[in-house]
Design a protein around this ligand. Structure first.
Ligand code: SF4
Ligand code: SF4
Length: 607
């Protein structure tokens, strides 16, 4: 039996999940960084007796956990919701084979798409793969459900998914933390009759999967709770359950039964018992009608005639906010509810468009890339972009991301663009993304002789999610590209104006040889540099030399460079980090750096 320890601790939902894993004896934890999931692995990294890693992508992270669970270990795998697409091939197989230890996958969703390309509902993976999906209400329930997930996984020998979201993962609240247990590592064991999915074994594993699914239905049947009574009911799922309880408290409405569940797949069959005597029920859940549809099927199977409403009142897209729940309940109950005015007038909050940081090497890469293409005789091209902080190149003045669809997609999309138009495209990809899913597409470009200029923006980290490491720290991208067979590989410094010449020469080579050429634009993330070395230089504009040509503030756009009323430039000494990138950008030599270069400055940018 597990006992409560000490006083509640204030923590993020993601930390609560990590502590839940520790209380379950997690031994292996692997993930790929992605908002809003990242802090789970970062928390576990503080515990030396747990093996943790940032894997090169979500599929590798999943397979790491899966392999460990084959050996009987307790494993945790984390990713953001779109990472499930990458991991899904092996995820689906794991549901056939089952596991010998415990395997828990945390997928953190981003309804409303604060930092993602889609808000897909990952609970469909649970339905498709017969994998239970647990959904916490708040950080405490995230902690408790993680323990529940490990217990369920180890007792049935089946993977279990925890589906969290931005509000659960990134909200802070008091959590009663269960004590850490010694990590349960596996022991070497082989069972090819279970894990080698050749057709004969897969057919038998399929039967066993169906048997385990029945056990899972039974073991998750207690994940339902209810309050109050009445002929109408509101069923809240995951975080929506918290909003439903809060909304009904503020509405002061009696005679409504509130039902909540933290298991959305499979929907606990015991929910039927809670709905006996109810005439109509409103299902409130984020994104798709996953629970609503299961509930309708359960009611039909049980011969119950209860009206079910849900997405027709709540809508599909975006976060399920308190205000949205409030409005849906008022429509459902047919009551008029005065909405309280928000104490914050959001229209008065100044808008802050996204921008690359002062000193960001991507800005210089985009600036000189366009120049280099022009020098190389390319006036118009298709910039096939990718996912990373360089995605900001989609914005003016650069406009150098014509597509940006999923991790590692830049080269595959570029292939399609070239095959259908014969316009030589430019594929732009970051170092972490290159190793994530760029390599297979690079092999394809070499194999199928794709005339493309590939620019790998190597800032030595997975910067967008908080400067986690990247394989580029130990694997040289230029060597990797040459090893795959790229014949033309160059390394360039984006702060050096000769980068434009590097680009133009590469483009000329592509045109002549009708094959891929690759440039590694190598400079560290500015945030990491100033973390290591305190800047002591700043840039100044000499007003006597500045002609007000607008290049530095309108076309280079470092946020530290401002426009004066007379159109001349001025540099904010507070925002400038003294990187010097703007110095060669000015055609009139009006910008200079002042101050002594701090020790280790150059090395921090290039190592
Ligand atoms: S690029 Fe040089 S001349 Fe042009 S506005 Fe900036 S500082 Fe002035
Ligand atoms: S030196 Fe120039 S580019 Fe670098 S931060 Fe300062 S103003 Fe921006």
């Amino acid at each position: 039996m597990i006992m409560l320890v000490s006083k509640p601790k204030l923590m993020l939902g993601n930390e609560a999940i990590a502590y839940g894993a520790l209380a379950s004896g997690v031994a292996i934890a692997a993930g790929y960084p992605g908002t809003p999931s990242t802090e789970i692995i970062e928390t576990l990294m503080r515990f030396r007796d747990v093996y943790t890693e940032w894997s090169s992508n979500e599929k590798v992270a999943f397979e790491t956990g899966f392999g460990a669970a084959m050996m009987g270990a307790r494993a945790l795998v984390t990713m953001k919701h779109v990472g499930m697409n990458v991991a899904s091939d092996s995820l689906m197989s794991s549901s056939y084979t089952g596991v010998s230890g415990a395997l828990v996958i945390v997928s953190a969703g981003d309804p409303g798409m604060w930092s993602s390309q889609s808000e897909q509902d990952i609970r469909h993976y649970g339905l498709m793969g017969m994998i239970p999906v647990l959904e916490p209400f708040n950080p405490q329930s995230a902690h408790d459900l993680t323990v529940e997930a490990f217990n369920l996984s180890s007792s049935v020998g089946h993977p279990v998914i925890i589906s969290t979201n931005t509000r659960i993962s990134h909200v802070r609240s008091q959590v009663n933390v269960l004590p850490k247990q010694p990590p349960i590592y596996g022991k070497f064991q082989k069972d090819p009759g279970k894990y080698s999915l050749v057709p004969e074994i897969a057919k038998r594993d399929r039967e066993e999967q169906l048997n385990r699914w029945e056990k899972i239905k039974s073991l998750t049947s207690h994940l339902v709770e209810s309050h109050g009574d009445g002929e109408v009911a509101i069923l809240g799922v995951g975080i929506s359950y918290s909003y439903v309880r809060e909304a009904l408290r503020t509405l002061n409405i009696d005679q409504v039964k509130i039902v909540g569940t933290s298991c959305s797949v499979p929907l606990p069959y015991t929910i039927i018992d809670e709905l006996i005597g109810v005439e109509k029920v409103l299902v409130i859940e984020e994104l798709d009608p996953v629970v609503e549809n299961q509930l309708k099927a359960l009611l039909i199977d049980n011969g119950l005639h209860i009206r079910v409403e849900g997405k027709n009142l709540t809508g599909y897209a975006g976060e399920m906010t308190f205000e949205r729940v409030h409005r849906s309940i008022s429509k459902f109950l047919g009551v008029t509810i005065e909405e309280e005015e928000s104490p914050i007038n959001l229209t008065e909050v100044p808008r802050r468009p996204p921008a690359m940081c002062p000193g960001c090497p991507h800005r210089s890469s985009f600036f000189f890339l366009k120049k280099g293409l022009t020098l190389g005789g390319i006036q118009s091209t298709f910039y096939s972009g990718d996912i990373g902080c360089y995605s900001l190149g989609v914005l003016p003045p650069f406009n150098e991301q014509d597509s940006l669809v999923s991790m590692g997609s830049s080269l595959g999309i570029a292939n399609g663009v070239y095959r259908s138009t014969h316009v030589i495209p430019v594929a732009i990809i970051g170092d972490s993304t290159f190793f994530h899913t760029g390599l297979p597409a690079l092999a394809n470009a070499v194999y199928n002789k794709l005339p493309v200029l590939i620019v790998v923006l190597d800032n030595r980290s997975t910067a967008m999610t908080g400067q986690q490491g990247s394989p580029s720290l130990v694997i040289d991208i230029a060597d990797a590209a040459k090893g795959i067979g790229v014949k033309y590989v160059e390394i360039g410094d984006p702060f050096d104006p000769s980068f434009a010449k590097t680009v133009s020469k590469a483009v000329e080579w592509v045109k002549k040889n009708q094959s891929p050429a690759l440039i590694v634009a190598k400079r560290a993330c500015a945030l990491e540099v100033i973390d290591k070395v305190k800047p002591t230089q700043v840039a100044f504009v000499d007003p006597n030399k500045c002609t007000g040509c607008t290049i530095c503030y309108d076309y280079f756009t470092c946020p530290a460079i401002l426009k004066r009323d007379d159109k001349k430039a001025i540099i904010s000494q507070q925002d400038c980090i003294g990187c010097g990138a703007c110095v060669p950008v000015c055609p009139f030599n009006a910008i200079r750096l002042e101050g002594d270069k701090p020790e280790g400055w150059d090395q921090a940018w290039t190592s």
